[in-house]
Write a new protein. Structure first.
Length: 187
């Protein structure tokens, strides 16, 4: 019986350590503030150009992409998920949205880094509905993404236990981790 109790204590300690590590991974300095005291997004220092040929999706599909993303709000988050039935992670959501609105059997990126590689940077002042927004949420560039839906809002699949939702780019958490917007549509 003594050995069983020790094993239980070891498991609890390991679980507590894992939970602390997860929480520490989300810690970051507070979001930059504007002169008025409101939380603001930081502009990326030097946006990376597409490292592969851009997707050049038909710009006429912008509104369809936004509508499709909005229809998926409240779908559960699932790590590795890419369907409404199975749930979504952030890049699975974007892949599904564009698979629904683009014609043909185009092979779409799956990971956030792959989406960044086939998209062109766009200044915040030039953002349009349907553009992609990227964040550094894990200490690595392009570790999270969403679809810009206008009015400083984006749709994304946040994390385990969450659901697809619409959030403000000025949200304290995301504003501090914002990396910039990128475009997959042809000019």
């Amino acid at each position: 019986m003594h050995q069983t109790q020790a094993l239980l204590v070891d498991r609890r300690a390991a679980l507590a350590l894992a939970a602390a590590a997860l929480l520490a991974g989300c810690a970051s300095p507070p979001a930059p503030r504007s002169p008025t005291g409101t939380v603001g997004r930081r502009e990326p220092a030097s946006p990376m150009p597409a490292s592969r040929a851009p997707l050049d999706i038909d710009p006429g599909e912008r509104e369809a992409a936004v509508a499709q993303a909005m229809l998926l709000v409240n779908t559960p988050y699932t790590y590795g998920g890419n369907t409404p039935r199975g749930g979504f992670d952030c890049s699975g959501l974007i892949q599904y949205v564009f698979a629904q609105v683009t014609e043909g059997a185009r092979r779409l990126p799956r990971s956030t880094a792959q989406w960044a590689a086939v998209s062109e940077p766009v200044a915040d002042a030039q953002m349009q509905r349907g553009d992609l927004v990227f964040f550094n949420t894990s200490g690595a560039p392009f570790s999270h993404m969403g679809l810009y839906v206008g009015n400083d809002q984006f749709v994304h699949a946040p994390s385990t236990g969450g659901t697809v939702r619409k959030v403000s780019l000025d949200n304290r958490y995301f504003a501090a981790r914002y990396m910039g917007a990128r475009r997959v549509f042809a000019a």
